[in-house]
Design a protein around this ligand. Structure first.
Ligand code: PLP
Length: 409
């Protein structure tokens, strides 16, 4: 159950919630009211389960919004963090730091990109990518950045300037100049708009917050052709879809794209804040000493955890597992759709990033699932977004679909 901070009347049936002195009451008193919290207090996480303070075990399809790819309380991540904490937690980026270099080596090795910059978060990686692209275009007539409709790139002003949704932008104008928005998957508009003044196009190939909409092959093919003709940069936002979640290391690999710059975050730090900008040959020399930086970005503890994340996902088979279990989830969702076509209008996505579009508001369904011990996020009003830890097994998916079938029927 999702609760508005000020809406205490709806909390009558939730034990312990908004009792004077309870955690939710204290939170509501002290925080800016930016978040809708779940009516739930978590004690700990175990694998694909979250355990409430009252001992209730919840099967978790939030997956920390695509952060907790290895599941909760993962022994190797915990061990790497503890070992690094005992050495140093922070030095500053004046110092060479072995965990950073190890993670960079691993990322470059896996992806074939040339350079990396570590940030703290996704939106900061987006900002850094904007700056990298501007440096690359220095001295040219290129000035226009384009984002695509319904995308989500974060909450900072540069990220918001790339986005079109009123929900995120309202009351924050004026935005950064020379930014435009193109309709997702509209090939004709793309062709008619881009030219020699286009600097870069940001593409979230599999839109996460937007409801798991996937870029079409036609759109991506046209984008490739136009890049060849006009020479702009393609910048992929893989913050949610990257690092193996979709069964391939990057979501764009499903679509035959090779972007010039890629931004990552979410799963990268194993639960600790960490983002990254990856750049290919075209931009490899565009950043020079002093032109970009961060105090905390590339924190050594987060990087030590990140090394384990990549080892598990790439070397120890979790990405392959995500592809397999994802296919199973998708086929089960499609089976349910064919049984209940009036209830489920679409099933989209890859691997462990699946959207089930309902023909009715999704939040009441998510609330009912929560009562039955399953946590799932509803996005875009009607889409149940499945982002489980990649360690999820078929038997967990069976539980989810059994309960969803029962609720929708
Ligand atoms: N880009 C995408 C695709 C995201 O899903 C998100 C977060 O949900 C962001 C950017 C912003 O990342 P952060 O919240 O780490 O700033």
């Amino acid at each position: 159950m999702i609760v508005e901070h000020r809406d205490k009347s709806s909390l009558a049936g939730v034990p312990g919630f908004y009792q004077p002195g309870a955690l939710a009451e204290r939170e509501s008193q002290y925080f800016f009211h930016t978040y809708k919290r779940l009516a739930l207090e978590i004690d700990r996480g175990e694998g694909v389960y979250l355990v409430g303070k009252d001992g209730t075990r919840y099967l978790d399809f939030f997956g920390g919004l695509a952060v907790n790819s290895l599941g909760y309380n993962q022994a190797r991540v915990n061990e790497a963090i503890k070992q690094q904490v005992d050495k140093y937690i922070h030095l500053s980026n004046f110092f060479l730091q072995e965990p950073q270099v190890k993670l960079a080596e691993k990322l470059i090795g896996v992806t074939g990109y040339r350079r990396v910059f570590f940030s703290n978060s996704g939106t900061e990686a987006i900002e850094g990518a904007l700056k990298l692209a501007r440096k690359w275009a220095k001295g040219s007539q290129r000035r226009m950045f384009y984002g695509l409709s319904n995308a989500f790139h974060g909450r900072t002003m540069g990220a918001l300037s790339l986005m079109d949704k009123a929900k995120y932008r309202d009351d924050y104008a004026p935005f950064v100049p020379n930014f435009g928005s193109l309709e997702f998957n509209n090939v004709d508009q793309l062709r008619a708009t881009v030219n020699e003044q286009t600097l870069a196009i940001f593409l979230e190939c599999i839109q996460g917050e937007g409801g798991i909409f996937v870029a079409s092959h036609d759109f991506v093919q046209e984008l490739n052709k136009l890049r060849e003709k006009f020479g702009f940069l393609i910048i992929a936002d893989e913050i949610q879809s990257g690092i193996g979640r979709t069964g391939k290391f990057f979501g764009f690999e499903h679509l035959g794209l090779r972007p010039d710059i890629v931004v990552l975050a979410k799963a990268l730090g194993g639960g600790l804040p960490l983002g990254a900008i990856l750049g290919g040959d075209r931009v490899a020399e565009s950043f020079t000493p002093g032109v970009h930086g961060t105090t905390f970005g590339g924190n050594p503890v987060a990087c030590a955890a990140g090394v384990v994340v990549l080892e598990e996902i790439v070397d120890r088979g979790l990405m392959k597992h995500a592809a397999e279990v994802g296919e199973f989830m998708k086929s089960e969702a499609r089976k349910l759709q064919s049984e209940l076509p009036q209830k489920i209008s679409d099933v989209r996505g890859y691997g462990c990033m699946i959207g089930i579009e309902l023909s009715e508001p999704g939040q009441p369904v998510a609330d009912e699932l929560q009562k039955r011990g399953i946590l799932v996020n509803c996005t875009h009003e009607t889409v149940l977004r499945l982002l489980p830890p990649l360690i999820i097994q078929r038997e967990h998916c069976d539980i989810f679909f059994r309960e969803l079938r029962s609720i929708l029927s």
